[in-house]
Ligand binder design. Structure first.
Ligand SMILES: *Cc1c(COP(=O)(O)O)cnc(C)c1O
Length: 312
C-alpha cells in the first residue's frame, strides 16, 4: 500500500474493521472539544453525526447535494481540532477538489486535516504535505469483501492523542490511535484482525502495482469521460453533479428522466448491474462504480446502452 499510494514514512498504517470505525476512533483519539465537517451528502453527514454522538461540539458546514463546500464558506474565528473532508461523497458523486485543501489548511493551521478516500482509493493522488490522516475500506476500489478498514495518520495525530491522554482523558480502548500505532511498530494489531482480508488486500495491491497506478489512473479517467459523455448524450439520464470540477471519477451519479428502476432493470437484462440512488435519491438516481476492476469494454457497453434512444 505504501508503494501503491506513495505514502510517506511519517504516516503510520493500521487496520480497523471499517471506515466507519475510523470516524469513531479519530474523534475519540484526536478531538477533545471541537471538530468541523464539510458536509455534502450522507457519508460526510455520518461522520458529523458520530462526532456529535460522542459528545464533541461538531460543527457542520453544508453544501447542496451534488456540490462541495467552498473553502471561503468556512467560518473564521473557529478553532476546530479536526477538519473532516470527504474526497469522494459516494452518495452524490461529488468530489472535493484537492486545490481546496491548501485554503482549508491555511484557515485552520492547527487542525488535523482528515480525508475520507473510501470510494476513491487507490485512484487518488494525495498531497500528503497538506493532510494529516486518511482512510478507506477495501470493498470499493479494491473490489474485496467488506470488513477491513485502512487508516493512515502522521505524527501530528499521534501527538494530539498523547496530549489528550496526558490530560487523563479517554482516547478510546483497544483500537485507540495510540494502541494501534504502538502495535503497528511491530507489524502487530491490538486484536485479532481480518487476516484473510489483509492477505487478499496484499495480493490485490501487488497486482495493481504490477499494472502500475499510472495506467490504472489513465484508464479510470478515460472510463469516467466515456460515461459522463454518454450521460450528456442520453435521453434517460443526466450527470447529477453539474459543476464539472466536482465530478467524481470513481463513483458517478446520474439523475434519471424516468424512474431509475426502469433503467436499472433494462440494463440488468444486458448483464450490467447499476446501483440505485442513495437514500432519498433511490428512485431518481443511478450510481455507477468506475473502479479498477471495471473493464473499458464493460464501461463502453454501458455507455452505448445509456445513449440508446430506443432502450426503453
Ligand atoms: C462506503 C463509504 C464509507 C463507509 O465505509 P464502511 O466500510 O462501510 O465503513 C465511508 N465513506 C465513504 C465516502 C464511503 O463511500
Amino acid at each position: 500500500l505504501r508503494s501503491l499510494l506513495h505514502i510517506p514514512e511519517d504516516f503510520t498504517l493500521v487496520f480497523t474493521s471499517s471506515a466507519t470505525e475510523v470516524w469513531e476512533r479519530l474523534t475519540q483519539s484526536c478531538v477533545e472539544h471541537q471538530s468541523l465537517h464539510l458536509v455534502n451528502g450522507s457519508f460526510s453527514a455520518k461522520f458529523h453525526e458520530i462526532a456529535t454522538q460522542l459528545g464533541r461540539k461538531a460543527h457542520a458546514v453544508e453544501a447542496p447535494h451534488g456540490a462541495c463546500v467552498r473553502p471561503d464558506a468556512l467560518p473564521t474565528g473557529l478553532h476546530p481540532e479536526l477538519v473532516a473532508i470527504t474526497y469522494n461523497e459516494t452518495s452524490t458523486g461529488a468530489s472535493q477538489p484537492q486545490e481546496d485543501y491548501a485554503a482549508i489548511r491555511a484557515k485552520y493551521p492547527e487542525a488535523i486535516l482528515a480525508v475520507d478516500i473510501v470510494s476513491a482509493a487507490p485512484v487518488v493522488t494525495l498531497d500528503y504535505s497538506l493532510i494529516d490522516t486518511f482512510y478507506f475500506s477495501v470493498q470499493k476500489g479494491f473490489g474485496l469483501p467488506a470488513g477491513l478498514g485502512v487508516w493512515a495518520f502522521n505524527t501530528r495525530c499521534i501527538q494530539k492523542a498523547e496530549q489528550m491522554r496526558a490530560k487523563g482523558l479517554s482516547i478510546g480502548s483497544y483500537h485507540s490511535l495510540l494502541s494501534l500505532a504502538k502495535q503497528a511498530e511491530q507489524y502487530q494489531t491490538p486484536c485479532t484482525p481480518n487476516v484473510l482480508g489483509i492477505y487478499l488486500l496484499a495480493k490485490v495491491a501487488g497486482d495493481m502495482l504490477e499494472k502500475g497506478m499510472e495506467m490504472i489512473t489513465r484508464e479510470t479517467k478515460y472510463k469516467a469521460a466515456v460515461l459522463y459523455q454518454a450521460m450528456e448524450n442520453s435521453p434517460w439520464v443526466r450527470p447529477f453533479v453539474e459543476n464539472q470540477a466536482y465530478r467524481s471519477l470513481t463513483t458517478l451519479v446520474g439523475k434519471t428522466q424516468v424512474p431509475s428502476e426502469a433503467l436499472i432493470k433494462k440494463i440488468s437484462e444486458k448483464g450490467l448491474i447499476l446501483g440505485s440512488g442513495y437514500g432519498p435519491y433511490k428512485k431518481e438516481h443511478i450510481r455507477m462504480a468506475n473502479f479498477p476492476t471495471h473493464s473499458k469494454e464493460h464501461i463502453e457497453m454501458l455507455a452505448d446502452l445509456l445513449e440508446n434512444k430506443t432502450l426503453l
